[in-house]
Design a protein around this ligand. Structure first.
Ligand SMILES: *[C@@H]1O[C@H](CO)[C@@H](O)[C@H](O)[C@H]1NC(C)=O
Ligand SMILES: *[C@@H]1O[C@H](CO)[C@@H](O)[C@H](O)[C@H]1NC(C)=O
Ligand SMILES: *[C@@H]1O[C@H](CO)[C@@H](O)[C@H](O)[C@H]1NC(C)=O
Ligand SMILES: *[C@@H]1O[C@H](CO)[C@@H](O)[C@H](O)[C@H]1NC(C)=O
Length: 309
């Protein structure tokens, strides 16, 4: 009888915090490490647990095991360098920001989603298209930069390749190579951490897709984005297809005078666009008044803003 009662109340509790519990206790194996860049590290640690919140004092084991979806080797790398996990997150974040900047005028604009740790860029990441290739390269490069920078600014306690680990063989067969400077450490770290799931899954499933990801991770680290490879064609990203992670371009701002990808004809995919006059108030006709202030008038500027239907 007692167990039944306990069970009933625990069901109530777990319904209330189900999403959190799912995230923390049963991390989906397929979760993508890039999710750390979408949400940051802190929200993924147990809430209210001061120990685990404080990355400098809590145990590496606790931090690394609470992050969702890391494969075995990623947990191992995380435990060896727990203070670098913030750089992993910051690096992925930087990659995402750069991606969104570079694609800001395109039909696909590198949107991320918090909702599903498996697919931080939406389901579009399941397709081996050139957009996915770019995502892997830019986030991998972001981790190299962030870890290297953290090393150079003295934020990581052990910015060297641990020679004692050389020759260490794990089920994944990884080894630390020798390395002498911060960039080498950043590269080596990213190779061990970012590539780990692809190597593991390729070992299990022999999917060409994982080799594609590995290639693009490396091209990103080496700053050779022209060498990215993809195996699937891209959809046109015009219409919203939520199940496929495509938002569509409806509502996007387009440029009536541009002949590039942000032109209204291309971005709106021939559906046409709405025009709205937007007023901006700016300071203008500023005068220097002796002595010492500047007096300005307010000027109203009208701009036509076009958005895709
Ligand atoms: C985390 O731990 C360090 C070292 O003990 C301490 O200086 C710092 O104040 C702690 N930060 C928080 C937020 O508890
Ligand atoms: C180094 O750590 C400080 C304090 O936590 C932080 O403000 C700074 O952004 C870090 N720098 C890098 C490059 O990680
Ligand atoms: C990307 O496009 C979607 C609609 O397709 C829009 O909702 C979103 O704000 C855009 N994101 C950025 C970063 O511009
Ligand atoms: C629209 O495109 C033209 C031509 O490329 C450019 O000069 C202009 O600055 C763009 N306008 C906006 C609002 O981006």
């Amino acid at each position: 009888m007692d167990t039944a009662k306990v069970r009933v109340s625990s069901v109530k509790i777990s319904l209330a915090v189900l999403p959190l519990l799912l995230l923390l206790l049963w991390p989906p194996v397929a979760a993508n490490w890039m999710y750390l860049g979408v949400v940051g590290v802190t929200p993924l640690l147990p809430q209210g647990d001061q120990e685990a919140q404080n990355l400098s004092t809590s145990s590496a084991v606790s931090i690394c095991q609470h992050l969702p979806g890391l494969v075995q080797q990623q947990v191992a790398v995380c435990q060896d360098h727990p203070d670098a996990i913030k750089s992993v997150s910051a690096g992925a974040r930087r990659g995402i920001t750069e991606c969104q900047y570079q694609f800001r005028h395109e039909r696909w604009n590198c949107t991320t989603t918090h909702e599903d740790p498996d697919v931080p860029f939406g389901h579009i990441i399941k397709r081996g298209s050139k957009e996915t290739a770019f995502i892997y390269a830019i986030t991998s490069a972001g981790v190299v930069h962030a870890v290297t920078q953290a090393c150079s600014s003295g934020n990581l306690t052990d910015c060297y390749c641990d020679m004692s680990k050389q020759g260490l063989s794990t089920p994944e067969g990884w080894k630390w190579g020798g390395c002498s400077d911060n960039l080498n450490f950043g590269n080596q770290f990213a190779r061990q951490f970012v590539d780990a799931p692809e190597k593991e899954w390729h070992k299990k499933e022999k999917k060409f897709r994982n080799l594609m990801n590995l290639h693009n991770n490396e091209a990103g680290r080496q700053e050779r984005k022209s060498e990215l490879v993809h195996i699937h064609s891209s959809p046109n990203y015009c219409k919203s297809k939520p199940k496929k992670g495509i938002l569509g371009t409806s509502g996007r701002q387009c440029n009536k005078t541009s002949s590039g990808p942000d032109s209204c004809s291309f971005l709106c995919c021939g559906r046409g666009y709405n025009t709205k006059a937007v007023k901006y108030i700016e300071r203008c006709h500023c005068k220097f008044v002796w002595c010492c202030r500047v007096e300005c008038k307010n000027c109203v500027t009208k701009v036509d803003v076009h958005t895709c239907k």
